[in-house]
Write a protein that binds this ligand. Structure first.
Ligand SMILES: C=C(OP(=O)(O)O)C(=O)O
Ligand SMILES: [Mg+2]
Length: 544
């Protein structure tokens, strides 16, 4: 059976007929002359305002990451720079729909050149243009197909607006031609628990109604006999039910506890049975606005999450701005190579009050609630940075300070970091990017970005050994912690907790429950000794 390969970004299996996302509207070949420029500008403005309002309404009907993403897109649609660019195009003789198309194309070009986070936002801009043009031409809104049966959604790429309104009852899985492991499609599919494969170039060759199976772990999309689909879905549902039936704290078959924590952006991402939060990404509060949130605003947001956790642990990551999360109001200079620039804890060098205000707000929320509040800094590179951060945390009246290990230097000197901080948490997304020198946004370099790379595993082992020696916790909070096989390797290397998005927890819990700690150590040796990532994964999978 023909097999297509992409990047598996949201685990799980499903099968069914593929249907493509409705294409964007096509402009008629001949543009009409502009007789009333004011009317054209008014029509364009009204179309863009309509798009912004519709996006805001959708944002209000969803929560968590989906709402944040849609609100940011609504702000882009309502942006005055876009409106001004459209008016300029009308003044040069373009009718409303053409003026919007041209202005958006120009802005997309600029975004693509800026790279990173901005390049990923180019798809959001295109979607805004398509929706406004469809409105102006009186054509149907581009968007989800409705074939009348559950389907595998295929697309060039998905906009946040499309992904946010997906109904998991209709959509079995998602396969896109473009996109990388950190694209919106990936993040939102994981949050919804839908299997997803991105960066799958050949998906465009599949005609509507072709029946495929999708494996969101391995990235395989296989054309199958239509009669096989129901069986695959049933087996996947039985697997899910078996996993969901297993509850309780994470532990190996011989009872070694491994807390399974959640990666969250806010209280909406919590689940009742979570053992705690291992990564609270606070930057959602800072994104998509024109000035930093006040201490009171931050304290209210942190209190909401901490209170929802009762006495459970929450590891708060201080602001991780810069690179893929730019905040214009911080006044950071434009950089040639922002991933290697002023990001994470480094932002506090020129903006110390951003950090001290945040620590004040976290301390206020901690004292108003019963949660065990740990605080960690992103992008720590040196022991001196770890020491400075720990001092600031303690000065704010907070008891537990940690450092994320995302930079190879920090991993190599984890022992020295742990002289100053109470724990470390390994961010495998960035640690893979910096160890292999491969941009985490790139779907072309997905093989290098693989956290199974033995070099990355060696660095994890170095951190775990340092933690054992110091008697301090060493967690993993990158997406790799949610891989049920790699989780065993991490535990075998000596990692003490795993933090992941909520839908990944059941499979990791079940995987841990099936092996002893000694077995995890054997699997770790197999993975570390493998010549490359693919062999490591296959060797561990074959042994289990
Ligand atoms: C958890 C991480 O942080 P983020 O993905 O937010 O950069 C990481 O880098 O692994
Ligand atoms: Mg990171």
């Amino acid at each position: 059976m023909p097999e297509l390969v992409g990047i598996g970004v949201s685990p799980g299996r499903s099968a069914g007929p593929v249907f493509r996302l409705a294409p964007p509207p096509a402009l008629p070949e001949v543009a009409p002359p502009v007789t009333d420029p004011d009317a054209e500008v008014a029509a364009a403005r009204s179309a863009l305002a309509g798009v912004a309002a519709a996006l805001r309404a959708r944002a209000a009907s969803v929560s968590g990451a989906a709402a944040e993403v849609l609100e940011t897109q609504a702000m882009m649609a309502a942006d005055s720079t876009l409106a001004t660019a459209v008016a300029a195009r009308v003044a040069r003789g373009s009718a409303a729909a053409w003026a919007i198309t041209e202005a958006i194309a120009e802005q997309r070009e600029t975004f693509a050149q800026l790279g990173g986070y901005f390049a990923e936002r180019a798809a959001d801009l295109a979607d805004i243009g398509d929706r406004a043009v469809a409105d102006l031409l009186g054509e149907p809104m581009p968007g989800l197909p409705s074939p009348g049966e559950p389907f595998v959604l295929t697309a060039e790429d998905l906009s946040p607006a499309d992904t946010a309104v997906l109904d998991p009852a209709d959509v079995l899985a998602i396969v896109t031609r473009r996109g990388g492991p950190t694209s919106h499609t990936a993040i939102l599919a994981r949050a919804m628990g839908l299997p997803a494969v991105v960066g799958c170039p050949d998906v465009v060759t599949l005609a509507d109604a072709t029946v495929v199976s999708v494996d969101g772990t391995t990235g395989q999309v296989t054309v199958i006999d239509p009669g096989e689909a129901a069986g695959i879905r049933e087996r996947a549902a039985a697997d899910r039910a078996r996993l969901a039936a297993l509850t309780g704290p994470g532990r190996t078959a011989d009872g070694h506890p491994v807390p399974l924590l959640l990666n969250v952006g806010g209280a909406a991402d919590l689940t009742d049975d979570a053992e705690g939060v291992g990564l609270f990404r606070t930057e959602f509060l800072f994104l998509g606005r024109t000035s930093a949130p006040t201490v009171a605003e931050q304290q209210a947001a942190y209190t909401e999450l901490f209170a929802a956790l009762g006495q459970r642990r929450v590891v708060v990551r201080t602001l991780d701005a810069g690179a893929d999360k730019p905040l214009p109001y911080l006044g950071l200079a434009q950089e040639e190579n922002p991933a290697l620039g002023v990001r994470g804890l480094r932002v506090a060098r020129a903006n110390p009050t951003v950090l001290t205000d945040q620590l004040t707000a976290i301390a206020g929320a901690a004292s108003a609630t019963d949660a065990q509040v740990w605080v960690m800094a992103p992008m720590v590179a040196t022991p001196a940075e770890a020491a400075g951060f720990a001092q600031a945390v303690r000065a704010a009246g907070l008891a537990v300070a940690g450092a994320m290990v995302e930079v190879p230097a920090a991993a190599l000197h984890a022992r020295r970091l742990l002289d100053h901080v109470d724990f470390v948490s390994i961010g495998t997304n960035d640690l893979s990017q910096y160890t292999l020198a491969a941009d985490r946004m790139s779907s072309d370099l997905a093989d290098l970005l693989d956290p199974w790379q033995p070099a990355v595993l060696d660095l994890v082992a170095t951190c775990a050994a340092a933690g054992r020696e110091a008697g301090k916790p060493v967690g993993v909070c990158g997406e790799a912690a949610g891989d049920p096989l790699l989780a065993l390797v991490f535990v075998g290397l000596g990692v003490t907790s795993l933090s992941m998005s909520a839908p990944s927890v059941p499979a990791v819990r079940a995987s841990l429950a099936g092996v002893t700690l000694e077995r995890c150590a054997e699997l770790a040796r197999i993975a570390v000794d493998a010549p490359d990532a693919r062999t490591a994964r296959q060797a561990v999978a074959a042994t289990i």
